[in-house]
Design a protein around this ligand. Structure first.
Ligand code: FES
Ligand SMILES: [Fe+2]
Length: 450
């Protein structure tokens, strides 16, 4: 449970809000390169962090991400002419280049002089991994590009698309590291029955480990002999989460959650192979199968099965085959996250239990950083993302360890070394993560009152 004040901090990302400013210290993907495929192709209007923006690819192939409104009389530039290295407003012909500079002001006699005083908002952009990344923060705090493993891969090694979800970014992100939902909402019957019958097989959620990049979340799956199999994934701040499912065969997965505004989010969803191109069969599965990637409503970035049609839940499927009656992982998640007491989850009402530890810790990390920034302490983390290759999944399985509700020092060291990172003591001291193992023994009064 969170106070209303903290819930507001985590969920509000317009310019000037603590979390909105924290997002603006990072490079974030804002649209797909395929949306503006060719020089002088139609521009695309979109929204990110509550800002209405326009992307266009100019005659030289350069990408501009600029204010969507013309500064003359506010006409929307998405109807403009994308020609001769600039976007020209339809209303009176003012034209802007990818840097936001006004290069023509043809409706007045001295436009050649006046234009030099006129600019529109324009953000630095880079294309990588099939996405256009933007930096929307103060120029003197612009970090280098983050060293995600997919950033420099050839295009044939990466598949990415995006979805528009009608809920706040943070409840979507929390679903990515919700530790026990997989055994239920994502399960088919045999798996559910196994978990339910044995009960003890429900994974233990262990305290997260703070790192310079974000947090490593650790799960322990009891093996029934007094030991547990650990798995770990690194959530990179502010919103780059490895989803819980590995795809195997050297193909890795990543989710990136970017606020559109407080009640909508972009979900960028990646599959990539570092060592080889994706095979035609893998691409077919991602594009056509509808399981790892939900089908889009044609002409939109929404899922075809969505909140408006109850995610096409099939009650016969639910009775006979799977827990949800919904066909794709994403639908199963979307049905749970798009309406958690509404599009902005009211966390003052929740009753957190033991497996929610990593949710609590992630909130604490983000709140600490957002409040620090609001108090004038800029985060160093965005710069650290560029220092060495980022690892979000362990490449080698860990040896089983004795069942426990905490992690010993040696195991934590092994995990952070496998993640090519280090432990950050500051945050752990600010919020003693191991003490959260007390969550495992909470009484009803504690759950209801916390
Ligand atoms: S409103 Fe764009 S040129 Fe006048
Ligand atoms: Fe999920």
């Amino acid at each position: 449970m969170l106070s209303k004040e903290d819930n507001d901090i985590l969920t509000q990302t317009d310019r000037g809000t603590p979390m909105g400013e924290l997002f603006r210290r990072y490079w974030i993907p804002v649209l797909l390169s395929e949306e503006i495929p060719l020089p002088d192709c139609p521009p695309v209007r979109f929204r990110v962090l509550g800002e209405d923006l326009l992307a266009f690819r100019d005659t030289e192939g350069r990408v501009g991400v600029v204010d969507t409104y013309c500064p003359h009389r506010g006409a929307p530039l998405q109807f403009g002419r994308n020609e001769e290295c600039g976007i020209r407003c339809l209303y009176h012909g003012w034209k802007f280049d990818v840097t936001g500079a006004c290069v023509e002001m043809p409706n007045i006699e001295n436009g050649d002089v006046i234009k030099n005083h006129m600019r529109i908002v324009s953000y630095p952009v880079v294309e990588a991994a099939g996405m256009v990344w933007a930096y929307m923060g103060p120029p003197n705090r612009q970090p280098p590009l983050p060293a995600f493993p997919y950033m420099d891969l050839p295009s044939e090694n990466v598949y990415v698309t995006k979805y528009e979800l009608h809920c706040n970014w943070f409840q979507a992100q929390e679903g990515d590291y919700d530790s026990t939902h997989g055994q239920f909402v994502h399960s088919a019957f045999d798996a559910v029955d196994t978990v339910r019958a044995k009960g003890k097989n429900i994974p233990r959620t262990l305290p997260s480990i703070d790192t310079p990049l974000g947090q490593v979340i650790v799960f322990g799956r009891p093996l029934g002999d007094g030991t547990m199999q650990l798995s770990a994934q690194q959530v990179v701040l502010p919103s780059m989460c490895p989803p819980g499912t590995g795809t195997g065969n050297g193909v890795e997965a990543a989710n990136i959650r970017i606020p559109i505004d407080d009640e909508h989010e972009w979900h960028f969803r990646l599959r990539y192979a570092v060592q080889r191109p994706l095979t035609p069969r893998e691409l077919l599965e991602f594009k056509m199968n509808g399981y790892a990637y939900a089908e889009h409503e044609p002409g939109t970035w929404r899922m075809k099965a969505n909140k408006d049609n109850n995610y096409l839940q099939d009650r016969i499927l639910q009775r006979q085959f799977n827990f949800s009656g919904m066909s794709a992982f994403q639908l199963q998640d979307a049905a749970m996250i798009e309406d958690q007491w509404g599009p902005v989850c009211d966390r003052t009402k929740e009753h957190l239990v033991a497996p929610d530890i990593c949710i609590v810790l992630q909130r604490n990390r983000l709140l600490t950083m957002a409040k620090n920034l609001a108090a004038g302490r800029d985060p160093e983390e965005p710069f650290l993302l560029a220092e060495r290759p980022i690892v979000q999944h362990l490449s080698e399985p860990l040896e089983p360890v004795a069942e426990s509700k905490t992690l010993d020092e040696a195991t934590m060291e092994t995990i952070v070394r496998g993640m090519n990172t280090a432990r950050v003591p500051d945050y752990a001291q600010a919020f003693d993560s191991n003490s959260l193992s007390e969550y495992a023994h909470r009484t009803w009064d504690e759950i209801a009152g916390s």
